[in-house]
Write a protein of this length. Structure first.
Length: 607
């Protein structure tokens, strides 16, 4: 679209959904699906009355009109159309219905207090009207437009502290407001009449997990500032945000944000801790939470993690040891990819939790392998947010903190390590076995017995099934066809050997119901295990899995010895200061392999 005596913005796509379709979406507050190709677009135009507007396709004019002619057409949708080809009609519509500067408040239905949230306004035609100071046309590239706004599918949202102001179109206005998983989202239509300058919107709390002493956190966020993380945490109802500094070649992020201590909001409801994710492209990535001092080098082994020409200076195991020495918490992010050193970390007890960021069968099966091999491993939830189309906490960890412990960063991490956690991208999930909760060990007499299992899921996005899993297999399920906001399952199961039990929920047969995000992340929840010990301390082992883990670790050794880039020994003094660099790299992996061998020997097994 061009104008010869005036100014026009670039063309921006309009959503394909009509207002009725947008309002009836089953995921209000969570965007709308992406559609391509886009049949319509809009631009902002300021021009002299005699100016000529032209719709161009490359160098061909499809439609032209004098600006005054368009403005004289019947309001509010003046129109001029032409048949550009036998199959294509081009139309120009003037859709400005007038506007008011409106001050909006979002309040809690029960207390009447201002409610931090994210909010979206649009005209019936689909033109977004975000509050003043917020960008309605976000760029979703890596490291771009991060902070204060988010794009979910086709819908841009602004994070606000409960109040905002700016232009809204006169007449019908579509409003979409959400605050995480514990409030009922609101998608509705309001009327803005001439002269109106205020608007109040009310949100109702769906479930209060704080009363149950569960506090949510995102273990994995990049690029946000600490203050931006506080704003988005409040808007999404997230209690803890871990912003992780890291390295991509010569790009070092959030260096200036690191303080070595938590940043606590004045109301105490959100905590931001800038810490670290260290990475190697084959051995894997490791989130180091709660660091007092940075652990260097952050990333190793050259592009695309470390610097050009960089060598394998250290391993994940060594990073984990340094983090533990500082009292920090170690998490395998986006488990199990990359997967080189993950087995050694879990087997040697160097990690505190495994992070889910997607609803993926591969992720689930890898996680279940470690449990079936006898390794206690809590679940954590994080987003790996690096772009503006991922909301903070769309995958999050709910951690239980006992009533006699205050909500602090240290207590949240301590609860995460204890394993009383569940991962959620929407549903709020509970699991109880014989009065014991997630992370506990239920002791049964020799020979086992029957146990009663109860699982409950509440979700402000409809879900279809709730399952009980024992040792990786579904033992009971409740399911609905059209989706429900509440599911409940009670089951009696006979246990005859050491086991573990979890609950999970999602779409039909645990298939994904996708969020409208561009990455199509599934709506689901999954608890950490409850461990079932029969006659003695909990102990599980699987020879086939043990062989698999040994193969993984041998592959890491082979990589270190034969394929990893290394400095010539005479040309470098390493950070660790030891003479035998290869021994430094391989020692933790050999230690983990010895643990597996000892278990196999104890059972008289061959390896």
């Amino acid at each position: 679209l061009t104008v010869d005596r005036g100014v026009t913005s670039m063309l921006h796509p309009l959503p394909t959904a009509a207002p009725a379709e947008f309002l009836s979406d089953k995921q209000p507050g969570w965007g709308s699906p992406l559609h391509t190709p886009v049949p319509a677009a809009y631009a902002e135009v300021v021009a002299n009355p005699s100016a000529t507007l032209q719709v161009m396709a490359h160098d061909t004019t499809l439609l032209s009109s004098e600006w005054s002619t368009l403005q004289q057409q019947t309001a509010p949708a003046a129109s001029l159309a032409t048949q550009a080809s036998p199959t294509t009609t081009v139309r120009l519509d003037v859709i400005d219905s007038g506007r008011n500067w409106v001050r909006t408040k979002v309040v809690d239905a029960e207390s009447g207090e201002l409610l931090p949230c994210r909010i979206h306004f649009r005209s019936p035609a689909g033109v977004p009207f975000l509050p003043y100071g917020h960008n309605s046309r976000l760029i979703t590239n890596f490291h771009t437009d991060i902070g204060g706004d988010v794009l979910i599918g086709e819908v841009p949202y602004a994070y606000i502290n409960g109040e905002c102001e700016g232009w809204l179109p006169r007449g019908e206005v579509l409003v979409d407001v959400a605050k995480g998983f514990e409030y009922q989202p609101l998608r509705t239509q309001v009327e803005i009449v001439p002269g109106q300058q205020t608007l109040t919107i009310t949100l109702k709390q769906f479930v209060d997990m704080g009363k149950e002493r569960y506090f949510s956190g995102d273990t994995h966020v990049h690029f946000l500032s600490a203050q931006g993380a506080h704003l988005e945490a409040a808007g999404e109802g997230v209690g803890v945000v871990n912003v992780l500094q890291s390295q991509w070649g010569s790009l070092f992020t959030n260096t200036e944000e690191f303080t070595g201590r938590p940043s606590v909001a004045p109301n105490g409801k959100s905590i931001v801790y800038v810490s670290q994710e260290n990475r190697q492209h084959l051995l894997g990535h490791l989130s180091l939470l709660g660091l007092v001092k940075p652990i260097m080098p952050w990333c190793v082994d050259g592009p695309t993690e470390g610097e050009i020409g960089g060598a394998l200076e250290t391993t994940l195991s060594r990073w984990a040891d340094e983090c533990r020495a500082q009292g920090g918490t170690t998490i395998i992010p986006h488990m199990p990819v990359p997967n080189g050193e993950v087995a050694a970390l879990v087997v040697s007890g160097r990690v505190d939790a495994a992070e889910m960021v997607v609803h993926d069968a591969y992720m689930h099966e890898e996680y279940y392998r470690y449990l079936n091999a006898g390794f206690r491993l809590p679940l954590a939830g994080g987003t790996d947010k690096m772009t503006s189309d991922v909301p903070v906490g769309i995958f999050r960890t709910y951690v239980h903190i006992p009533a006699d412990e205050p909500f602090t960063y240290d207590n949240w991490c301590r609860g995460l390590r204890r394993g009383n956690t569940f991962v959620s991208s929407g549903p709020l999930l509970r699991l109880c076995v014989e009065g014991h909760t997630i992370g506990d060990t239920v002791r049964l007499s020799a020979g086992g017995g029957c146990i009663e299992v109860e699982a409950v899921a509440d979700s402000n996005i409809p879900i279809n099934c709730l399952e009980i899993i024992i040792n990786g297999r579904v033992v009971d399920r409740t399911q609905v066809t059209n989706g429900a906001h509440h599911l409940h399952l009670k089951s009696t199961v006979r246990i005859t050997r050491h086991s573990w039990i979890t609950a999970r929920c999602a779409g039909p047969n645990y298939a994904p119901i996708n969020h409208h995000t561009r990455s199509r992340r599934g709506v689901m929840a999954h608890t950490s295990p409850i461990y079932l010990a029969v006659g003695e301390d909990w102990w599980m082992f699987d020879q086939q899995i043990a062989t698999y883990l040994l193969t993984m670790m041998q592959g890491s050794l082979d990589y270190i010895h034969h394929r990893s880039p290394q400095w010539e020994p005479q040309h470098v003094t390493h950070r660790h200061g030891l003479n035998d660099h290869i021994a430094y790299l391989t020692e933790p992996i050999l230690e983990a392999m010895a643990i597996i061998h000892q278990r196999m020997h104890a059972l008289g097994l061959q390896h």
